[in-house]
Design a protein around this ligand. Sequence first.
Ligand code: AMP
Length: 440
Amino acid sequence: MLFSQLGLSAELLRAIADQGYEQATPIQEQAIPLVLKGHDVLAGAQTGTGKTAGFALPMLQRMQATPTKGKRPAVRALILVPTRELAAQVGDSIRDYSKYLKYQTAIIFGGVGINPQISKLRRGVDIVVATPGRLLDHLQRGTLDLSKVETLVLDEADRMLDMGFIHDIRKVMKELPPERQTLLFSATFSREIKKLSSALLNSPSTIQVARQNTTAELVTQVVHPVDRTRKLELLSHMIGANNWSQVLVFTRTKHGANWVSRQLQRNGLVSDAIHGNKSQNARTRALNDFKSGKVRVLVATDIAARGLDIEQLPHVVNYELPNVPEDYVHRIGRTGRAGQDGHAVSLVCVDENKLLADIQRLLKHKITTEVIEGYEPDPSIMPEPILKRSNKRSPRNGRSGARPSQGARRTGGNGNRSSNSGNRHGGNNRSGGGRQRRAS
Ligand code: AMP
């Protein structure tokens, strides 16, 4: 369906045309008319489906229909998101879509100074895009008034719950007027999401694009079985041999991300890491360098990668499978976005067979397995447990440049006990592995 058939205003249609969009995506086709009519909406949509425009365009149009009262703008729309990156991305999209309207959008997240945000809010804003933690900080300081909010959007609500934001969300809700339109977007519909939606939404219309927990159809997925100690070698080989120029690599932990990035650098591949321990500036710089092609390989943890929008990202590599199967869906959703073909590779060692089985159960299909010549797994290597709990206080084990552990473990079956004690990223990484709770 063309955007011009969706009953959007001339200003919005012009902004959409500037973006180069012609056809509405399925989520946009479904969401826009419902939101325009003022319904609450519960939407099952993965990232990469165009959901941001699906809520932002009709929201802006409804704001246009009732002019702002008073001299100074009041916050009329609040969009809550789980991560800083997503806040920045959604905020940028809203600024793009509203470029011919006179609205002020504030992007509010933690990890950066609060004073510029306070100044911006003081001057008056119409739209706030925020992570829950920093938003609450502003509410507690009295630097933000949400009593005039007409539209509330919870974006990637499942991830907000995963990250432990439920209490912050509840506190924010108390500051909102009960008469409002609420839109909830989530990639998955867990029991918690249903509970949250019945608490916050009023007789919502439910829409769903792509089956629940299915991976983007345009993404080809493949598993390469490999020994835990040979993953890095295989990764470097694949990037070089296939001449991949832009690769997003996922690790389970922050230390893992640093380690893989450093090793790739040593192998001559320009690489950077992005994770929650890095300052917002470092994260933004790494992302910009990656987007511009200066950095060839970006190594990320799940939380840091949430909300990354890189157009036409061709390759995603799971250096390690995630502990939570849903994260696999989110990870590979980084490629194959908005109609582009994508390629998702998982390097899976014997320790990860259970994680792979869980992912396949969630996807309801098997992922093609391909052994790469020269990297055939050694059948005598026994699985070792993967620690799931985060252990942030543990010392950084191993020195810069240390090779992945050769399996110097009690349970190690490959007999090599002489390797360094730095149990780094060739196997189960003991220096992290849990989920980070907060991003803001
Ligand atoms: P989202 O799922 O909102 O993160 O959007 C994913 C990507 O699709 C973003 O890069 C958008 O700019 C792009 N996009 C959104 N809507 C359309 C559309 N109708 N046509 C082409 N690209 C779009």
